[in-house]
Design a protein around this ligand. Sequence first.
Ligand code: SF4
Length: 370
Amino acid sequence: MATNKSHLLEDYLDLSADDLDKRIIIAKETMGRRLLILGHHYQQDDVIKFADFRGDSLKLSQEAAKSDREFIVFCGVHFMAETADIITGEHQKVILPDITAGCSMADMANLYKVENAWKDITHIVGEHNILPVTYINSSADLKAFCGRKGGSVCTSSSAERIIRWALGEHGKIFFFPDEHLGRNSAVKMGIPEEEIIVWRRDEPMGGPMGGPMGGNDKEKIKKARIILWDGFCSVHMLFLPKHVEYFRERYPGINVIVHPECRREVVELSDLCGSTEYIINRIKESPAGTAWAIGTEINLVNRLRKEQPDKTIFFLSPTVCLCSTMYRIDPQHLCWALENLVEGTVVNQIIVPEEEKRWARVALERMLAL
Ligand code: SF4
């Protein structure tokens, strides 16, 4: 029976792994069908083992919306929990066990800077000649911005489709926050590099509307078909061309597969490039005895290695490429959030304001309709 009593996080920090596991299981059973735990593919094993669903951010949010469960505990990062709040029902509450679990890439673009850039760009090219597209790895207010301006969200698997649509509609796009996903998708579609420019977010002000020019001049902006925000994923940027070369020399015949958030030079040297779901499916479907070097977050690669023992799987970097913000969701935070729920206290609820939610949903629905 809920008592609305709050548990303090500090009381969980010294619990043993066994105690935490037992208490999480009891809290989960007590909440029963009122609760859904979501685990992103990059989540650590000690947490993902409690997830009802594993997946990428959109798939998990869609599962939450379909489930109709009252409490959605999202073991991911902040923008993922926002996406879940945008598409779930009014009666559902989304919880992020550690409120500081952000995404460094999403944080590289904020509404203030994007709006300033948009003012300068549209002053030069006209608002009817360009559409904004945001990667799903972005804050809710940027998704809402795209919804209001007729643009769309994209995922790593739908980026090409959305870019093709946006170019067909208006001939030019402003893509944020990930430069690399934008470039890799555009180049794969056959768009020449000279039609792609980068908007450097920290350039000083001085554009026609008082904002920055992103390190570009008017002619460059007029000629470009794709303007890319210069954000990046600090995890996927750690993969380098020399890592691909190392595996090719040492293991002839190895397959190299990477995520499109990797830099262009790495993607060019790889055999395959695609979203986390694409990587998982390609490895699972590959014949026994094949060898793979995988360029994406290490928790996912280690899990694939355990689950696919008939294949030889390497992590494509000598350094540990861990999503350190996702890692903040640990068993301690999960147990704390769940036991508070059992007591009737909702901690770390993620609430997207109604107006923002409405427009962000427009941008997400546009993507799903395409
Ligand atoms: S892996 Fe990169 S893009 Fe994904 S949540 Fe972590 S920092 Fe963000």
